[in-house]
Design a protein around this ligand. Structure first.
Ligand SMILES: Cc1ncc(COP(=O)(O)O)c(C=O)c1O
Length: 438
């Protein structure tokens, strides 16, 4: 692939935008700097065109999980266009947010009220504020990644890299008030004993226990129930972060699949098929506390977000998208396993099928990842060690993709044996986590 315009835009962006982009996961260095196009001009279904007119099938991160149905979904876009034509913003509120509150509480019958925002991290900050206001306590016990806000990054204050165990390494809490030290305490998924130890020490201070329902591995029997019971025991708010997990396996929160009921659940990403919308839903007793503190923002009232969410959920349900996403994700995971074995490569596969990932189990894994990205681009695929399924993915896309993966795994295996992996790279090895861009 020839990408001069894309590379020029990256260089231009680097001079004007610290870190080049607003999202770590869309930085070219997370794939392979020099070969990853980084910018798009158009996207439709599962196809993306870069600035140089190259067309790719996207078998990578699906807008990092936002575009659950596919790009420019005709039904969601039609609803959004109508909303724009009728006025996206005015001095009065839009009724779509009331309809969305009703619909989310209908899908999650344990919840009675909802607040809306536009991004995942900010909606988690809202949930944390509500929990702190409700309990009058400060500390948060959490597991997993929940965004960029002070409450979360403070976990790395005074520690080497407490968050390194929770999706992203290298997050520096510079700029986060030192006074927050010790207020966010991490525990690992399926390690109930770690949460028990935190609860033992901080029983009267914990406002909330926060976790994703599932991410990389299945919950062990009793783990989710144990977390629920500990929250009840100490009177903490149990918050389930559904920002990534929801709408992958079913048309709602993944906690419904596991039969575990939180006090508050938080949604974003897939909720609007790429249009900004986030929801905090919960029991009215807890949610009402939002009125005793101040949680308010102009752009949370615009109309596109809730309109897109209503259309996305409606379509998701009517086509049973969760079932399709599970099938597609499983096909990809099975294909990775079969082709790695065939080509003598040692890889580790994880994630629920619609949010799949694999890692090369070698010391030079990041060089291998970059070579995988580079060679898949040559076959016309945007691909990485993550695969997020979209409803627009069909079995034939997976078949074409796995055909290319077979050839690419063979080349990587060969390069690994001959020891010239590095030499075959046109770009740079992938970055592992957050690092300063030069
Ligand atoms: C579980 C979880 N929580 C929170 C966030 C932050 O959401 P956003 O990037 O929309 O701020 C993410 C993003 O990846 C996430 O996966």
């Amino acid at each position: 692939m020839n990408i001069p315009k894309s590379l020029e835009m990256q260089n231009r962006a680097m001079l004007r935008i610290p870190g080049m982009t607003q999202l770590l996961s869309k930085r070219p260095d997370m794939f392979s700097s020099g070969v990853w196009p980084g910018y798009y001009s158009r996207a439709k279904g599962v196809e993306i065109w870069d600035l140089d007119g190259n067309r790719y099938i996207d078998m990578s991160i699906a807008g990092i999980g936002a575009n659950i149905l596919g790009y420019t979904d005709p039904d969601v876009d039609a609803a959004v266009i109508e909303a724009i034509q009728n006025g996206n913003s005015s001095s009065l509120n839009c009724m779509e947010e009331v309809e969305l509150a009703d619909l989310l509480c209908e899908i999650h019958p344990w919840a009675e009220m909802a607040r809306f925002a536009r991004t995942g991290g900010e909606s988690m900050a809202i949930a944390v504020r509500i929990a702190r206001a409700y309990t009058g306590r400060d500390k948060i016990a959490f597991c997993g990644y929940h965004g960029w806000h002070d409450w979360y990054l403070s976990a790395n204050l005074g520690t080497e890299n407490a968050l390194g165990e929770h999706l992203l390494t290298g997050l520096n809490p510079t700029g986060v008030p030192k006074g927050l030290t010790g207020t966010a305490i991490p525990f690992r998924y399926n390690h109930l004993e770690e949460l028990q130890a935190i609860v033992e020490k901080n029983r009267k201070d914990i406002a909330a226990i926060i976790m994703e329902p599932i991410r990389n591995v299945q919950p062990q029997p009793g783990f989710l129930e144990g977390v629920r019971a500990l929250a009840d025991e100490i009177g903490a708010v149990f918050i389930i972060d559904e920002i990534s997990a929801a709408f992958r396996m079913n048309s709602g929160g993944a906690h419904l699949v596991f039969g575990i009921l939180p006090d508050v659940a938080v949604f974003s990403k897939a909720l609007g098929n790429g249009y900004p919308i986030a929801a905090v839903i919960g029991k009215s007793q807890v949610m009402e506390t939002a009125q005793s503190t101040f949680i308010s923002s102009t752009m949370w009232t615009e109309r596109i977000g809730p309109t897109a969410a209503l259309a996305t959920i409606k379509k998701h349900k009517s086509v049973d998208a969760g079932k399709h996403l599970m099938t597609i994700g499983k096909q990809v995971q099975d294909g990775w396993a079969r082709l790695a074995k065939k080509n003598g490569l040692n890889i580790n596969i994880g994630g629920i099928p619609p949010l799949s990932h694999f890692s090369f189990e070698y010391d030079n894994a990041l060089t291998m990842k970059a070579l995988f990205v580079q060679l898949m681009l040559d076959f016309g695929f945007l691909a990485s060690t993550l695969f997020y399924a979209m409803y627009a993915h069909k079995t034939e896309h997976v078949e074409q993709y796995l055909h290319a993966v077979d050839e690419v795994f063979a080349t990587i295996s060969d390069a690994n044996q001959t020891g010239d992996l590095e030499k075959r790279l046109k770009g740079k090895p992938a970055s592992a986590g957050f690092k300063r861009l030069t």
